[in-house]
Design a protein around this ligand. Structure first.
Ligand code: GAP
Length: 465
């Protein structure tokens, strides 16, 4: 157990040291449950979002995108069930210091049901709603109350009919969205695993109720494939069929996709059959008929009218990013064999899928005091930087620079050396295999595209023994 927490603290430390993730408002002592993403973190996050977006909108037919506002009419949350008991944690409160704790937390068990902070007596358990309240307009009264959205999908339901009509869609079809969500989590924990502000990537698949079970299974399989294709180790992934009493208030069926974090198996994505919970409740509460008139009725027959059922896939950006980091993090004791410097140390390596790597290429002049080599390396940098995320690095020995790149998962290192000046070729070094090939500068762009698509590295240039 200790070793596992040690691993988390190493990953947290790497994230800070190399500019992935910082504590929010750090100079004021931080702000619990909130994190900031640094230069590499934001690249990684954007890559995850792009891969997910492309998967939904390009690799699947009939899925369109949306970007709805975070703030909505509070009636949305009344109708969705989020303001009632369904979306709440059960808490106890200390009568003396008023700190609150989850009823089933380890803390409480260890403090024998006294306040873990001051030893005070605790109240009976009661439900505490997770919606983050805010006030809109100049007066802070009840009329001005609204909420920061707790799930992005409600914005999709609000626009279900707009999208259906404007895009001339027919069932089945999907609407996907990426955006911020907020929850007043009483117990944010495990770094970016559970936070109060986070992003979700959600896809809502609208279908004929008759097809819901089939599509549920289809989407569950599709989502598992997505993680495996992005290199998540099979043994670190599993699905759990959530029993009725533990399901979200809107779910008829729920499968959680779990990742084996160093602190245990935890949900990273939910696949839900929401049935007609959302559309029927919004119809009832808004007075707007959100039934679907099925045009597939044969001539002479009345058109069938029903609420489409919704299959939802819902994944957290930061939570999946954390899973990708945990899966990719490796320590190689004694270092890898390419430099003598490395051999005595532990080498850190981020073996992350190349499409997610925050920086794709390192450009390295072999030496920094040979003007022509530096000039050439700068030219290669200029040539590639509008196509890929590229880093120029001339500080330290070549071995040290390789290692700095490996630590943040840079996919390919390009070295300009004396031979470059003679024949306009450079050395490419693959992060994972450490194998090297020699290629012409003019072909670099095309070859790097192939490397990122995981074509066989040694076949892309002249292998160096
Ligand atoms: N619309 C359905 C929905 O929101 P959920 O299971 O509550 O379902 C889906 O959330 C995903 O959102 C989770 O699997 C997780 O990845 C992410 N998520 C939820 N709460 C989170 C939190 N407090 N911090 C970070 N990610 C969170």
């Amino acid at each position: 157990m200790r070793e596992q927490y040690n691993l988390i603290s190493k990953i947290v430390s790497l994230c800070k040291r190399r500019g992935f993730i910082f504590q929010s408002s750090e100079i004021y002592g931080g702000f619990e449950g909130c994190y900031d993403f640094g230069p590499l973190g934001v690249e990684l996050k954007n890559n995850i979002k792009k891969v997910w977006w492309d998967e939904m909108t390009k690799n699947h037919e009939n899925i369109v995108g949306l970007d709805a506002a975070i703030l909505m009419n509070p009636k949305v949350w009344q109708a969705s069930g989020h303001l009632t008991a369904g979306f709440a944690d059960v808490l106890v409160e200390c009568k003396k210091c008023h700190h609150r704790f989850k009823e089933d937390s380890e803390f409480l068990k260890q403090s024998h049901n006294k306040c873990p902070d001051c030893g005070g007596e605790l109240t009976k358990p009661r439900k505490f709603n997770l919606m983050v309240k805010t006030f809109i307009g100049p007066v802070e009264d009840e009329a001005a109350v609204t909420y920061l959205r707790a799930e992005t999908c409600q914005g999709i339901y609000m626009n279900y009919e707009n999208v259906l009509n404007s895009m001339r869609l027919k069932l089945p079809f999907g609407i996907c969205q990426i955006g911020k969500a907020f929850r007043n989590e009483i117990n944010p924990k495990n770094f970016v695993f559970r936070t109060r502000e986070f992003e979700q990537m959600e896809m809502q698949w609208f279908c004929n109720p008759k097809d819901a079970d089939r599509f549920f299974n289809y989407w569950k399989e599709e989502r598992i494939k997505w993680y495996l294709n992005l290199g998540i180790k099979k043994e670190n992934l599993r699905t759990i069929e959530v029993p009725e009493e533990e399901r979200a208030h809107y779910a008829r069926r729920q499968v959680d996709i779990e990742y084996h974090f160093p602190f245990g198996w935890q949900e990273i994505e939910g696949v839900h059959n929401r049935g007609d919970w959302d559309l029927s409740n919004h119809s009832k509460n808004s007075g707007k008929d959100l039934n679907y008139f099925d045009p597939s009725a044969s001539s002479g027959q009345a058109k069938e009218k029903y609420f489409p059922h919704i299959i939802e896939t819902s994944i957290g950006v930061e939570r999946s990013l954390f899973a990708f980091l945990c899966d990719a993090y490796q320590e190689i004791k004694g270092g890898r064999t390419e430099t003598t410097e490395a051999t005595k140390e532990v080498e850190i390596m981020l073996n992350i899928h190349k499409s997610l790597a925050p920086v794709k290429i390192a450009i390295l002049p072999l030496v920094k005091n040979k003007e022509e080599i530096v000039k050439k390396a700068r030219e290669v940098y200029q040539m590639l930087k509008s196509h890929f995320m590229v880093q120029y690095d001339e500080v330290g020995s070549i071995g040290r620079r390789y290692r700095r790149g490996d630590e943040i998962g840079i996919a390919v290192a390009i070295t300009c050396d004396f031979q470059t000046l003679e024949d306009n070729t450079v050395t490419l070094r693959d992060r994972d295999s450490m194998r090297q090939i020699r290629v012409e500068i003019l072909k670099l762009q095309e070859i790097i595209q192939k490397i990122l698509k995981r074509e066989e590295f040694l076949k892309l240039g002249k292998p160096i023994k």
